[in-house]
Design a protein around this ligand. Sequence first.
Ligand code: ASP
Ligand code: MG
Length: 422
Amino acid sequence: MKIFKFGGASINNIERYINTGNVIKSFSGEKLLIVVSAMGKTTNALEEVAESFFNNNKETALKKFELIKESHNSTVESLINPDYSSATKEKLKPFFTETEWLLHDSPVRSYDYYYDQIVCCGELMSSSILCSHLQQSKLSATWVDVRDLLRTDDNFRDAGIDWEYSKDKIGETIISLFKHHDIIVTQGFIGATDQNESTTLGREGSDYTAAVFAHILNAESVTIWKDVDAVMSADPKKYPDATNITLLSYLEVIEMAYYGAQVIHPKTIKPLQNKNIPLLVKSFINPSLQGTTISNTVSKSLPPIVVHKEKQVLMSFKSKDFSFIEDKPAEMLQQLFSKTRVKPNLTQHTAISLLCCFDYHPEKIEQLALEAENMFDVQLENGLELLTIRHYNEESLHEFIRNKIILLEQKTTETVQFLMRM
Ligand code: ASP
Ligand code: MG
């Protein structure tokens, strides 16, 4: 059995839905478990609904939701032939109704709770439409609500998986569905608690869902179908010399994700690595291309891999009384970082100060600066960029930093990082 994950971009219009159907068809005879994200930018639109609702703008929330409904219904009308379209719309109705009921209430629980109850409907709708499309193309496909299979804790918006429960439930259900169907369509990104409350696994979490299924079902492979030819060594818009990478190790991908590369959701690798299941990244536009294979195999000759992060802020925390930044002060700063939910991308010590580079989230950074000011002289500079290069070679380095002012630099034998003014 193979696991396929299709993201929002692969189903963001009718042509893309048809294309996705064709990719799936070309694997006829195989058992496929298909994990789908929400259509296009639906998750962002649903986030706006959740925000309006939580801010007591019921009318706005309902209006915004109406637009989402209409776009899904019109996708059904254009994609699904008349014999199937009313049945497909019937399938969507309960998701609409559930959400609208909730939107008529007034918020009494946490924002994160409502976020998950509202946002989950994106994946439920897109996967239902895809399944109908496959069925009308005479494929033996069935649909399953992942919330009946994937149990999580109630840490809304970043739910943790209950592996014990999910393992049994997924094992039983999927194996029995595959007895009668070749294709099972389900949702990425969402799950449910033991109280049947919907949960989400964090933005872009569908990759992770695919990996969880693969781990539990001992799948032969996971394929993430994307609108790029392969994982690339850098962003080609910024670095015209960027090349496709055909082979990557799990470790390399974890490192890339750690430094901020937005290739694959960072949680995806562990469940696959633990069972040695290869992860393929392939183009849904041009499936005959080789793409990238991520596995245990270590590639001997990797090009320099570049991860570029903009909107960085450099903060320096200097002790006011000349005490060294160690033990107590360092511990205090760590606590402040976790309290304000910021994570340094780069840190450097001097005798009496600590320099840290963070993603620039204005509210969080302001709060951090404010709280740290009791103990430290705080200075900050924003509008910076952080460049990370793995497998660098000394000769090519100057190309990357030409005409830049370097504020911080850190080097290991494998990785170099520069924090620079743009
Ligand atoms: N639809 C969700 C998001 O946009 C999950 C995903 O795409 O993986 O974040
Ligand atoms: Mg997505």
